[in-house]
Ligand binder design. Structure first.
Ligand SMILES: [Zn+2]
Length: 206
């Protein structure tokens, strides 16, 4: 059992240890580090976190993070508006943008279907993707989801939902190993797997 000399310290450790990859030992180390900082710096950190949640919005078209109603990518007239790349999270958009190999638009699902975790098709932004196809005259949808069971399930579900439309469905060339998250793939491999994307085919052939 941990014995904290201060209730405030304990509260800070509790909150910090809720972050991904932060155990209670690390949380304690961070809290002690913060105690040694200038009050102004700690204040700036606290305010930036509150603002992060309060002020940042999500693009109403693609659900990318944005300071405005539409994100910078959706607003950019130089982007190819006929192609949409479907990703799990905002960090995937950042990873693909870093490759400079893609000039189309995005659609951020905000998660993948995972029945084990109670995440169903309506918990991720799939309906809004389907609703973009006709009005935006999309010609291609690239499924750039993680090579996991959940990623594959989600790709297959999207493929089923898009049946009956003319849109071409493609997937990243799998230079990416099974289980790899997009954000951990190096830029060259990721760039290449976008450039060399292949028509989407479900393993079952359906
Ligand atoms: Zn957008």
């Amino acid at each position: 059992l941990e014995n904290y000399p201060s209730k405030h310290l304990e509260t800070a450790v509790n909150e910090l240890s809720k972050l991904p990859g932060i155990g209670r030992k690390t949380a304690l180390r961070l809290a002690i580090h913060l105690l040694k900082q200038d009050e102004a710096d700690v204040d700036a950190l606290g305010r930036s976190l509150v603002q992060l949640k309060k002020a940042i919005r999500f693009c109403k078209t693609c659900h990318n993070i944005s300071d405005n109603e539409l994100c910078e990518i959706c607003q950019n007239p130089k982007r190819d508006r006929s192609i949409v790349c479907v990703v799990e999270n905002i960090n995937d958009v950042m990873a693909i943008e870093k490759t400079s190999q893609y000039r189309g638009l995005y659609h951020v699902l905000g998660g993948v279907i995972s029945p084990m975790d109670g995440i169903g098709p309506t918990d991720v932004n799939i309906t809004s993707l389907v609703q973009r196809v006709t009005p935006e005259k999309l010609t291609e949808i690239i499924l750039a989801l993680p090579a996991t069971i959940e990623g594959d399930t989600t790709s297959y579900y999207i493929h089923k939902r898009l049946k009956g439309t003319d849109v071409l469905i493609t997937a990243l060339a799998r230079g990416i190993n099974v289980g790899d998250e997009l954000e951990y793939t190096d830029e060259i491999t990721l760039g290449r797997s976008i450039t060399n994307r292949i028509p989407y085919n479900h393993p079952s052939g359906k």
